[in-house]
Design a protein around this ligand. Structure first.
Ligand SMILES: NC(=O)c1ccc[n+]([C@@H]2O[C@H](COP(=O)([O-])OP(=O)(O)OC[C@H]3O[C@@H](n4cnc5c(N)ncnc54)[C@H](O)[C@@H]3O)[C@@H](O)[C@H]2O)c1
Length: 377
């Protein structure tokens, strides 16, 4: 496999491709944080739907090798600008080189809730500084479509379990959550002043699983804080045991309820969002959509499904409630289905099955596994 390294505003890595490029690609989409978990799955979905993609990622929280997996699935070369979006000059240079960018999907951010409590300034600076720089470029270059990665954390601890986009946000539980609330506010206010750009704010619930090809998946940093990587890492023996925090909540089995959604379903909603903006079907300049399945699943039910699909008995214990945990939250996803024509393809079984197969793949693929450990832990 040939690999060409080209020098540009920062280093640009152009991986080789296995099949010829499409002769007439559709609009060019800049995917920030494209080497990350959701970004890499979205690159695949965009390419499979004919879009031309450019990736920017400083790999502060990811491994660039993941793009090789994207290439194996799609047969397309991915251009990644290894640029920190907190550098305005480097970000601006990407737009200068690609003045034909039509849409931005902005994933790049830090996302560890606990770390954000310890290092709030780092989170505000990275998550909001990168957004400001991008928006300055979008404004200057007149980029028409902007999709923002938001989160159900913006709802805080809501009064109702099933939240609609109209459910009033409560105070965020962490500086990370505030960066998402503030990011939404910044985009909403900015868009009123810059109506040439249409914005969609996508509030993700709990993305899990990996691409069915098992060529790409999640690479958690350090001890995973999310349930599914904690389950798979315990089952494979990376973690000795896991704890279910709180089994005395007012839920059907006492454990917390979450809305798990397959990452490829989340990824496809981004392609549909771009198409929605491209076709001018948006009713207002800034719209917000929940991305969840609409089904609440308890932590214990998720574990049972994992045990069923993997045939592994999970070594877990039950512990006390964890401060700050929301008891139960799941999405009303009617709006995303109606407006985008979004249909959910994968159920809990496929979420757990692909997550487990990806964990097995990481064990087999020592090179990828070691690099991730060396770079990120
Ligand atoms: N995964 C989830 O559970 C979840 C839930 C809700 C919302 N989100 C949001 O979705 C987005 C993507 O999440 P993910 O799970 O793919 O995260 P991820 O950490 O896997 O990917 C984020 C990527 O952004 C890159 N990045 C961070 N700061 C950057 C900067 N200044 N310049 C360039 N690149 C930078 C990282 O290197 C990483 O590759 C994030 O904004 C996250 O907050 C994620």
């Amino acid at each position: 496999m040939n690999t060409t390294v080209v020098c540009g505003p920062s280093s640009i890595v152009l991986f080789s491709y296995l099949r010829p490029l499409t002769l007439f690609p559709m609009a060019k989409i800049l995917v920030t944080g494209g080497c990350g978990y959701i970004g890499s799955h979205t690159l695949v979905d965009l390419i499979e739907n004919g879009y031309d993609v450019v990736c920017v990622d400083n790999n502060s929280r990811s491994n660039p090798n993941i793009l090789q997996g994207v290439e194996r699935i799609t047969g397309k070369a991915i251009k990644n600008y290894k640029v920190d979006l907190c550098s305005f000059d480097d970000t601006h240079a990407i737009f200068q080189e690609n003045p034909d960018i039509k849409g931005i999907i902005h994933f790049a951010a830090y996302k560890a809730v606990g770390e954000s409590v310890e290092k709030p300034l780092m989170y505000f600076e990275n998550n909001l500084g990168s957004l400001m720089n991008l928006l300055k470029c979008v404004q200057e270059f007149g980029t028409p479509w902007f999709v923002f990665s938001s989160s159900c954390t913006v709802y805080g601890n809501p009064d109702e379990q099933m939240v609609t986009e109209e459910t009033p946000p409560k105070p965020a539980a962490s500086p990370y959550g505030y960066t998402k609330q503030m990011g939404e506010q910044i985009l909403s206010e900015w868009q009123k002043a810059c109506p040439q750009t249409s914005v969609i704010l996508l509030r993700y619930f709990n993305p899990v699983g990996s691409h069915p090809s098992i060529q790409i998946g999640e690479l958690p940093i350090g001890r995973p804080m999310n349930l599914v990587p904690a389950i798979t890492q315990t089952a494979i023996g990376k973690l000795p045991q896991m704890t279910v925090y709180g089994t005395d909540y007012d839920t059907r089995d006492g454990s917390c309820v979450r809305d798990y959604i397959h990452v490829s379903d989340i990824a496809h909603a981004h392609t549909l969002s771009i198409r929605y903006l491209e076709e001018g079907r948006n009713g207002s300049g800034c719209e917000v959509l929940n991305l969840g399945t609409g089904n609440g699943v308890t932590v214990l039910e998720a574990i049972q499904m994992f045990e069923k699909v993997s045939g592994q008995k999970l070594n877990y214990v039950t512990g006390p409630r964890r401060p700050g945990d929301v008891v139960a939250i799941y999405a009303n996803n009617d709006r995303a289905k109606e407006r985008l024509g979004w249909e959910i393809k994968y159920g809990l079984e496929e979420m757990m099955d692909t997550a487990w197969k990806w964990e097995l793949r990481l064990k087999e693929d020592k090179q990828l596994f070691q690099m991730v450990n060396a770079q990120l832990n």
